[in-house]
Design a protein around this ligand. Sequence first.
Ligand SMILES: Cc1cc2nc3c(=O)[nH]c(=O)nc-3n(C[C@H](O)[C@H](O)[C@H](O)COP(=O)(O)O)c2cc1C
Length: 359
Amino acid sequence: MITHSDIRFPSPVSYGPLQLPSRYLLSPLAGYTNLAFRRIVRQIGGVGLATTDLVSANALVHLNEKTQRMIETHPEDRPFAVQIFGHAPAVMVEAARMLAARGTDTIDINMGCPVNRIASGGSGAGMMCNMAGTLSLVQAVVEAVRIPVSVKMRLGWDASQLTAPQFAREFEQIGVCAIAIHGRTREQGFGGSVDLRGIRAVVEAVEKIPIIGNGDVRTIGDAARMLIETGCHGVSIGRGALANPWIFRQLAQWEATGSYDPPGTFNDRLELLLRQFAYMIEQFGEQGGIVRFRKMAHWYLKSMRVRSGLRHRFQQAKTRPEIDAAIAAVIAAGPLEGTRDGLLPDMHIPVPSGPVERW
Ligand SMILES: Cc1cc2nc3c(=O)[nH]c(=O)nc-3n(C[C@H](O)[C@H](O)[C@H](O)COP(=O)(O)O)c2cc1C
């Protein structure tokens, strides 16, 4: 087993001039890494950088109202990245300029999204099939703004085209500030396991810029393995943070001292659920907040070990009184396993259904 003393931690992670407060980043998760959740994980602590869900550059420049809401932020939501996707250089450049003018700290370009609707149009993971076009697009964005620009990609389109190291080398030359790499190919979707050697090849391909390893990090041990086996500078965590919003603080404590506090209890998680719900209502009003919160509530209730009938009741609730009644029932019932104020068994982390068509 890897122990704290086996690890020589790399120097702090910087995105260009922006030094991140920790090397543990929140990975973008469409539908989940909204402002309310980002505020929650930031309040708990240990987060180096949090990113919006992927945002269409085209919708941004057309001032689409839903997209404008996706880039809303808050003073406690810093440093703050917006992730954009698109394939038309002029549109990506205009979107990047708009974001820089709004005070966004850093822009991330999505090159990993496997969903057909996005990848087949040449955006997301589709960018990995077009080296020359992608390099000129990314270079145009980097040169258009003074804020740092990062890229998030997969290992390649499929096992026969592991192009990530080559992209990384070129990206560094054109001024990309950092690269987050999910250790799977597009073809893999979310199946199989993360290829740490593939991430290592990306780390070895660059000279100086930080590489952020990503994929399947659920525990301190997983993060330690990612750091040691890949040599990456930072670790980004998606689904593991939905299951355990304390993971960033645990990692920061572990890095500093070798030990860390346990994750929250049923009661702690209930408190976070209510707080996040309140933030969503604050931002979207009661109806909008209820609709948007359901997806996330599923993760809270699963991790709280709430029995399925009550989870279902929460998902069916459409009005504030129905939600309040569903919450009261959850509080009355308590966890199915474990206690209200003790450690709960870890929840199973789902793999998005359909290998590549849905996240
Ligand atoms: C529901 C869901 C939504 C996602 N949305 C995005 C996204 O908007 N942008 C992106 O770059 N990656 C997205 N991803 C990929 C994650 O950022 C991450 O690379 C992947 O889940 C592996 O990390 P994890 O095992 O820590 O979750 C998404 C993944 C899931 C499961």
